[in-house]
Ligand binder design. Structure first.
Ligand SMILES: Nc1ncnc2c1ncn2[C@@H]1O[C@H](COP(=O)(O)OP(=O)(O)OP(=O)(O)O)[C@@H](O)[C@H]1O
Ligand code: SF4
Ligand SMILES: [Mg+2]
Length: 400
């Protein structure tokens, strides 16, 4: 972890001499390892849906719908969830590429939620993003040199020794040949292109890097190389990462903590060991049971696969109560009517569930499953006690 800003490329005189405007943040202090670097509170992004000649708003896509989490300096926070659950939107909100509908984003203790372009300029150096698709995120008409040097130009920064020398150094750092400075993206493989994207993200020595599915577009054989590169760079440069993935296998070895998202919400947040060894949210359990087990001796033990029924519901009209109740094999009436808050149920382990696994039931009085839950339980191969079956309990009540 860096202790100060001295190793950064010098800002141009005009920029550093100018008086900060009302919204400008002065980044004069690095967070010490383990301190909160980024704090997100009640963050929401609702994309309006407009129709008709007058473009009236008729609804909204609740892509991110009230999330809270911290990212500590030097750590890797993994974020997982199925396609469309709001991961990329969350990444773009915390890097301030998107304006939030509600909530706050604090970076090093300063509120950056609504900073304008000028106010965001110093912050842009500290927070960088690696994009999901290495094929579309690099301009095909620009050389690698132009792509990796763009952040210096945008920030008006001249590194020591000049831009070209620094770009060639960066290419070497990410495992590319510095002689390829004048080549174009199409001359590189997918893995190499992602390395170019990584070099560009690291150019200004950022503190926080948000990597949106950095390896999902790559061959499995290349994925490990890029993940290992990110890991090595973190050790060397003291980087803090938020790594987004759609399954738990990619981030397994690199994350210190993991947030599991479902339909715009965080449903579980825990350190890696707790999450993999004793997941508490049924959805996490389902995601984990879909993770392939590489060791053939352990594969048999992992044969109980929990199959998720149906598709993810629409974020335009998410289900009431717990959003997972339409697919959960443990859902009862309270799951349909009351939204479970994300609360700590063990040290460093937060869960949003009325009937968590490996923990005390939060709604012990509510034991009768929803009809859809019984069907989901059957599909998932989960045993349902007689008393939890809806009709059986009704019959019991009538008898009483
Ligand atoms: N600019 C936009 N306008 C309207 N809706 C959007 C916009 N961007 C994203 N969405 C919607 O918001 C929801 C969340 O999208 P997002 O891209 O954040 O999901 P994701 O978890 O990253 O998915 P994937 O794994 O497929 O990348 C989706 O329903 C998507 O269609
Ligand atoms: S048990 Fe209820 S609250 Fe918990 S995940 Fe299932 S539906 Fe949601
Ligand atoms: Mg995405």
């Amino acid at each position: 972890m860096r202790e100060n800003n001295e190793d950064r490329p010098a800002a141009p005189a005009a920029e550093s001499a100018s008086e900060p405007d009302a919204g400008t943040v002065a980044l004069d202090k690095d967070a010490a390892p383990g301190e909160v670097l980024l704090k997100v509170t009640g963050l929401q992004k609702h994309f309006p849906i407009r129709k008709g000649v007058l473009q009236r708003q008729v609804g909204s896509v609740k892509a991110v719908d009230g999330i809270d989490f911290d990212v500590r300096s030097g750590e890797t926070l993994g974020v997982v969830g199925e396609s469309g659950c709001g991961k990329s939107t969350m990444g773009r909100l915390i890097t301030r590429l998107l304006e939030p509908t509600a909530g706050t984003v604090e970076f090093e203790g300063r509120d950056i939620t609504h900073l304008g372009v000028r106010g965001m300029r110093p912050m842009r150096r500290d927070v960088q993003m690696i994009f999901q698709d290495p094929y579309s995120s690099l301009n095909p008409r620009h050389t690698v040199g132009a792509i990796v040097s763009a952040p210096f130009k945008l920030q008006g920064v001249t590194p020591e020794g000049g831009v070209k020398k620094e770009v060639q150094r960066l290419l070497e750092v990410v495992g590319l040949n510095p002689e390829h400075y004048n080549r174009y993206p199409h001359e590189f493989s997918g893995g190499q292109r992602q390395r170019i994207g990584i070099a560009r993200a690291l150019a200004l020595k950022p503190k926080l890097v948000v990597a949106d599915e950095p390896v999902s577009a790559l061959d499995v054989s290349i994925q490990a190389q890029v993940v290992n590169l990110l890991d090595d760079l973190q050790q060397e440069m003291g980087l803090t990462y938020v790594i987004i993935a759609h399954d738990l296998s990619v981030i397994r070895h690199v994350s210190d903590r993991i947030a599991v998202m479902y339909l715009g919400k965080i449903v579980e947040l825990a350190d890696r060991k707790s999450l993999y060894e004793s997941p508490m949210h049924p959805y996490t359990n389902a995601l984990l049971s879909a993770v392939p087990v590489p060791d053939p001796r352990r594969r048999a033990a992992k044969s109980e696969r929990i199959l998720l029924r149906g598709d993810v519901p629409s974020p335009i009209a998410p289900p009431s109560g717990c959003r997972f109740h339409t697919r959960c094999w443990k859902a009862t009436e309270i799951c349909k009517t009351a939204e479970p808050p994300l609360i700590p149920l063990a040290t460093g382990h937060q869960v949003a569930c009325h009937h968590p696994e490996n923990a005390e039931d939060q709604a012990p009085q509510d034991t009768v499953l929803l009809t859809a839950a019984v069907e989901a339980a059957e599909a998932a191969g989960v045993e349902v006690p007689e008393t939890a079956v809806p009709d059986a309990s009704k019959a019991e009540a009538t008898e009483a």
